[in-house]
Design a protein around this ligand. Structure first.
Ligand code: FES
Length: 285
């Protein structure tokens, strides 16, 4: 538990208001005794690691489908398969020969927009990258500057942050992608003319489960279920969805955000290793 000692000399907190000064006590007077720098540092490492891996995976433009070794494993970075380069593997939703660069770039823009505008990730990168503020009861980085655009608190009222308001719309795309990844998990049970379960099959199923847990736990989904209802007791079905999404998924949204992020990496890496012949996918039954 975070410990903040109260002392008579503690500066009064600066109220947060649009156009007002950025808040927080001077760094020299922070009374937190715990290692409050650790969480933002880990978040920076995790998000930069994902961005680095996703960039490599998208530029790789190969070994994203394991059909060559008798497995219907398709990397989530390349799903759905839309271009000519996917069609050559015999597993494609389309055959766009006019698309010349990596098909991953067609895909990543949608889940990328969904995650970049997610309420949890916003908190994560505001705190970790912009230190705005980096943690509770420590100063906003902008409040320590003598002048400049970050000395005033503007919230999400200006470009580019105002664009974060599109989050509720990106959710609909995210649902479509969760459905496609579910289809990929079902396809992962196909083994060259038969049905089976390999280690990769389990990885794809777990990945789809994490993606659904993250997507359905979205605050926009929660609002869709229970928002605008004056009396939930008179809307039992919506109440049931709102209650279960709130308690089961939304309450742990941060956890599902990280689990799904790592499972995407792991699923792509496993597919790459199997497709490139680096490892053999063990068949369980
Ligand atoms: S709030 Fe995180 S996905 Fe919508």
């Amino acid at each position: 538990m975070t410990v903040v000692e109260q002392a008579p000399s503690t500066p009064r907190p600066v109220p947060v208001r649009i156009g007002g000064p950025r808040g927080g006590p001077p760094l020299s007077t922070v009374l937190r005794k715990d290692n409050w720098r650790l969480q933002p540092a880990l978040t920076v490492l995790g998000l930069l690691g994902f961005i680095g891996y996703a960039t490599w995976a998208a530029l790789r433009n190969g070994d994203f489908y394991a059909g060559n070794v008798g497995r219907d494993y398709l990397s989530p970075f390349y799903s759905p398969c839309l271009t000519h380069s996917c069609a050559t593997n015999g597993y494609a939703w389309s055959d766009w020969s006019w698309w010349r660069v990596s098909p991953a770039f067609l895909i990543l823009v949608f889940p990328g927009a969904f995650r970049a505008t997610c309420y949890y990730y916003r908190k994560a990168y505001y705190r970790s990258f912009w230190m705005s503020p980096p943690a509770c009861a420590v100063p906003d980085a902008g409040s320590t500057k003598p002048s400049g655009i970050r000395t005033k608190y503007t919230g999400e009222t200006r470009l580019p942050l105002i664009l974060n308001n599109v989050h509720r719309y990106t959710w609909y795309f995210a649902v479509v992608f969760a459905g496609i990844l579910t289809w990929d998990a079902i396809a992962a049970f196909r083994f060259s003319g038969s049905v089976g379960v390999g280690v990769g099959t389990l990885i794809f199923v777990v990945n789809a489960a994490f993606i659904w847990a993250y997507t359905l736990g979205c605050h926009a989904c929660r609002h869709l279920c229970g928002g605008g209802v004056k009396k939930l007791s008179e809307a039992p079905i919506r109440h049931w969805f709102w209650k279960n999404i709130s308690n089961g998924l939304n309450a742990h949204h941060q956890l599902w955000a990280w689990c799904s992020l790592f499972s995407i990496i792991f699923t792509d890496l496993y597919t790459y290793l199997v497709a490139s012949g680096t490892i053999t996918d063990p068949k369980i039954f």
